[in-house]
Write a protein that binds this ligand. Structure first.
Ligand code: ARG
Length: 285
C-alpha cells in the first residue's frame, strides 16, 4: 500500500511538478509545432501557481522535483496510473519523454507505492491515457496515438477491473485526458470526434444521452475536457460561456485558470495533475 491515503477531510491527493524547468524543447504532438522555445517560463510559473492555488482548495498536493533534461515532467498525469496504493508506471512512447521514467519511479518508490512496471514494448502513458469511472467501477483506456492497446491487458490483470478500450483518431487529441473526462456525478464530458466509431458506441452504451456532455470542437481545442474534477469542483482552462453554463446547470462549480503557456506543449489543467488517492465517492455530488 502507498503511504498516501485518503485524508480525513475527504479531499483527494494529487501529484504536481513545479514548472521551474518547463520548456517546449521538441515536437511530439501537433500543439508543440511552431512553439519550440516559444513559451515564457515566467508566465508558465504564474499560470501554474494559479492552478496550484485553485487545486489546493479542493485537494492535498504533493510535489515532485523537476529534473534537467525532462521539460515535460510538469505533466505528471503521464507519470503512471495510481490505484489502491499501486502505480502502473508509464512506459513512454517517445524517447523524448523516456528519461522521466527513472525520476517518477524513484518518487513513487520513496513515497511507499508498490511499483508495477509495464514492458517497454507496450507503451503506456499513465493517467493521460487511463481514467477511472468516478465510482471506480471501470477504467477507460485510450490507445492509438501514444498508449499501445496491448498494454490495457496489463491494467485489467493488475487491478482485476473492466477496462474499456477507446481508440483515439485525431492527433490533436493524442491522450485520452485531452478529450474525455468522467465526472464525479456519473456524467461524462467528451469530444466525440476524437474517437473512432466503435469507441463512440462504447461510450454511448455506457452513458445514457442525459449523462453525456459532448463539447464543441472549439471547446475541445480549449482543452475543456482536460479538466480536474473533485466533488462539485471542476478546474480547467478557459472555456465558452455556454459550456460553463451547462456544467453549472448540472451542479458543478467551474473554476477557469488560464493555461496558455502549457497549451503550447499540448497540455492543460488535467495533464498537470496526477491523482494519488481517490476521494470517498459517497461524498461526491
Ligand atoms: N508535451 C507533452 C507530450 O506530448 C504533453 C503531455 C500532456 N499530458 C497529458 N496528460 N495529456 O507528451
Amino acid at each position: 500500500m502507498g503511504t498516501i491515503t485518503n485524508p480525513a477531510n475527504n479531499q483527494p491527493t494529487f501529484l504536481m511538478c513545479p514548472p521551474k524547468l518547463y520548456d517546449v524543447n521538441y515536437v511530439i504532438n501537433p500543439w508543440m509545432e511552431g512553439n519550440v522555445h516559444r513559451s515564457s517560463r515566467e508566465q508558465a510559473a504564474m499560470q501554474w501557481e494559479h492552478l496550484y492555488c485553485a487545486l489546493s482548495a479542493i485537494a492535498h498536493i504533493h510535489l515532485v522535483e523537476p529534473q534537467p533534461g525532462s521539460p515535460d515532467m510538469v505533466f505528471t498525469a503521464n507519470a503512471g496510473l495510481v490505484h489502491d496504493g499501486i502505480v502502473a508506471l508509464s512506459s513512454f512512447h517517445h524517447p523524448e519523454r523516456q528519461g522521466e521514467e527513472p525520476h517518477f519511479r524513484r518518487w513513487f518508490h520513496e513515497s511507499g507505492f508498490a511499483v508495477c512496471e509495464l514492458p517497454r514494448a507496450t507503451p503506456f502513458e499513465g493517467e493521460g491515457d487511463a481514467l477511472f469511472e468516478a465510482d471506480g467501477s471501470r477504467l477507460w483506456a485510450g490507445h492509438g496515438l501514444r498508449t499501445r492497446e496491448s498494454s490495457h491487458r496489463h491494467l485489467t490483470d493488475l487491478w482485476n477491473i473492466e477496462v474499456v478500450s477507446l481508440r483515439l483518431v485525431d492527433p490533436r487529441f493524442y491522450h485520452l485526458d485531452t478529450c474525455f473526462c468522467p465526472l464525479s456525478n456519473g456524467d461524462v464530458m467528451y469530444y466525440p470526434a476524437a474517437f473512432d466509431a466503435d469507441s463512440q458506441l462504447r461510450i454511448e452504451t455506457r452513458y445514457s444521452p442525459a449523462k453525456r456532455i459532448a463539447v464543441s470542437e472549439a471547446d475541445a481545442l480549449r482543452f475543456a475536457c482536460n479538466a480536474v474534477n473533485a466533488g462539485r469542483s471542476i478546474v480547467l482552462n478557459r472555456i465558452s460561456p455556454e459550456l460553463r453554463a451547462q456544467l453549472e446547470s448540472r451542479g458543478f462549480c467551474v473554476i477557469e485558470v488560464e493555461l496558455t503557456e502549457f497549451l503550447k506543449a499540448g497540455g492543460a489543467a488535467k495533464c498537470l495533475v496526477l491523482r494519488l488517492s481517490e476521494m470517498d465517492v459517497t461524498h461526491v455530488v
